[in-house]
Design a protein. Structure first.
Length: 261
């Protein structure tokens, strides 16, 4: 088991087991389809943008030692959870790569719903100390190499939770995961409150999800300014409406990635 040295010299063990030792949740294909989870489908044309994106993410991860990757947006309802959930699914199809998808949009958690996880203890309860065993809030999706750590809405002071001892323990445990692990963090929108900035300080890099025709250049610049010095890994253009090279599903393939859903 890999461990990391904390600043105080103590060792920190991973909080989460590998997918093979995590309880499995069986999700029917029609449930995944209903929630637009297409990243597992290697032959589905709707998965193309996520396969292209995972290749670039993996290259950065290997070249720069990146493990914790955030997915955020400037404003709500532009598809960041859709992108995070499908990117994690696509990454999990890579041989020998363990993928963890963590929902830290604590005010509006949506990852659990995307993966049809029944409501119960989640990351909020771990951060508040109501749950001490992190493994009890983790779910392996079918037989994939993907572990989902969902959140379920609670009336809690989220900024205080993220900066608490349990918050420190969560991120230290994620960093202590083996080298073949990548963590995708579904973050809050940047301008919702200060949660995204707090989370960003703990990450190795972040992706910005922008909506075609809605997200402005000013919002993108402000996002990068507020997230600095966390490395900016790129922009995902969602709901791409250009007609150039658009296939039957409405996914555009020009410069970047896009989809209408």
């Amino acid at each position: 088991m890999n461990v990391e040295l904390r600043p105080d010299g103590m060792t920190e063990a991973p909080l989460f087991a590998p997918p093979s030792r995590t309880r499995s949740l069986d999700i029917l294909p029609e449930q995944l389809e209903e929630q637009r989870i297409v990243g597992f489908r290697h032959s589905d044309t709707r998965a193309r943008p996520f396969k292209l994106l995972r290749s670039q993410i993996l290259k950065r991860a290997e070249d720069e030692g990146i493990k914790l990757i955030g997915v955020t947006s400037a404003a709500p309802n532009v598809g960041k959870t859709f992108v995070a959930a499908n990117l994690a699914a696509a990454l999990s199809r890579i041989s020998d790569l363990d993928v963890y998808l963590l929902d830290l949009d604590l005010h509006r958690p949506a990852v659990g719903k995307r993966y049809s996880i029944p409501e119960g203890p989640g990351v909020h309860d771990f951060l508040s100390g109501q749950v001490t065993d992190a493994q009890s809030i983790a779910y392996r999706i079918n037989d994939e190499r993907l572990v989902v750590i969902p959140g379920f809405a609670r009336e809690l002071a989220t900024g205080e939770l993220l900066t608490s001892t349990q918050g420190d323990r969560l991120f230290a445990g994620l960093r202590a995961l083996p080298k073949n692990a990548v963590v995708i963090v579904d973050m809050p929108p940047i301008f919702a409150d200060d949660d995204a900035v707090i989370i960003g300080q703990r990450l190795d890099g972040f992706l910005l999800v922008a909506e075609d025709g809605r997200t402005t250049a000013k919002q993108a610049r402000e996002t990068m300014r507020m997230m600095y010095p966390t490395p900016f890994l790129g922009t995902v253009l969602n709901r791409f409406r250009a007609q150039i090279l658009t296939d039957e599903y409405g996914y555009g393939f020009s410069y970047g990635y896009g989809g209408y859903y």
